[in-house]
Write a protein that binds this ligand. Structure first.
Ligand code: GRF
Length: 191
């Protein structure tokens, strides 16, 4: 049988993780979430993963490791020993070390709340609002050493409305994230 095991790394709300798990339960996503790693003890993603019965759910506390490299080595070991073929970053707010990225060439994907290459970085939604763009969206891309710059795999657009605040725009973007992330995961796993 084909190995469709994925690892999801998350730091926050976990809505993308939730949608992936839901799609799997409905038979609409080819993946099997084998590992979930969070770098924040209060990440909602931890409870979502436990609630869905994911077998390997870890809060990895950065304070327990000497440096970023050591932390990432520990994460890589978990992912490799679980036999995951794809690493899905879902709101993982931590820079990955170069050695982690090199250990998984074209095996790490990320979702970013802008139409890359516009608005790279931590607050893409705020930057889009500040710039006054009329259209924004989300991008799924491979993760490389250069921040938010790997090969683009999918994008979706949303309008930016005159009275949008950060949450309104983010929410509109997230409805699209939840569609295109599943599509990309399926297309990678089904190859
Ligand atoms: C998303 O907006 C994603 O684009 C960004 O972080 C957010 C994660 O959302 N990278 P969630 O935790 O999956 O709800």
């Amino acid at each position: 049988m084909k190995n469709n095991k994925i690892a999801v790394m998350a730091s926050g709300n976990g809505s993308n993780l939730k949608v992936i798990l839901k799609a799997i339960a409905k038979g609409e996503c080819a993946a099997q979430v084998e590992v979930v790693i969070c770098n924040k003890a209060d990440a909602k993603a931890l409870n979502i993963a436990k609630g869905a019965g994911v077998s390997h759910v870890y809060f990895m506390n950065p304070k327990d490791y000497e440096d970023r490299e050591a932390y990432d080595i520990a994460c890589a070991e978990i992912i490799q020993s679980a036999g995951c073929v794809l690493i899905v970053l879902a709101g993982y707010m931590r820079i990955l070390s170069a050695s982690f990225i090199h250990a998984f060439p074209k095996k790490i994907i990320n979702i970013h709340p802008s139409l890359l290459p516009a608005f790279k970085g931590a607050d893409a939604v705020g930057e889009a609002l500040k710039a006054g763009v009329k259209v924004s969206g989300c991008t799924v891309h491979y993760v490389t050493e250069a921040l938010d710059s790997g090969q683009i795999l999918a994008q979706a657009c949303v309008p930016v409305l005159a009275d949008d605040d950060w949450h309104a725009l983010h929410q509109r973007i997230q409805t699209q994230e939840h569609i295109i992330y599943i599509e990309v995961i399926n297309s990678i796993l089904n190859n």
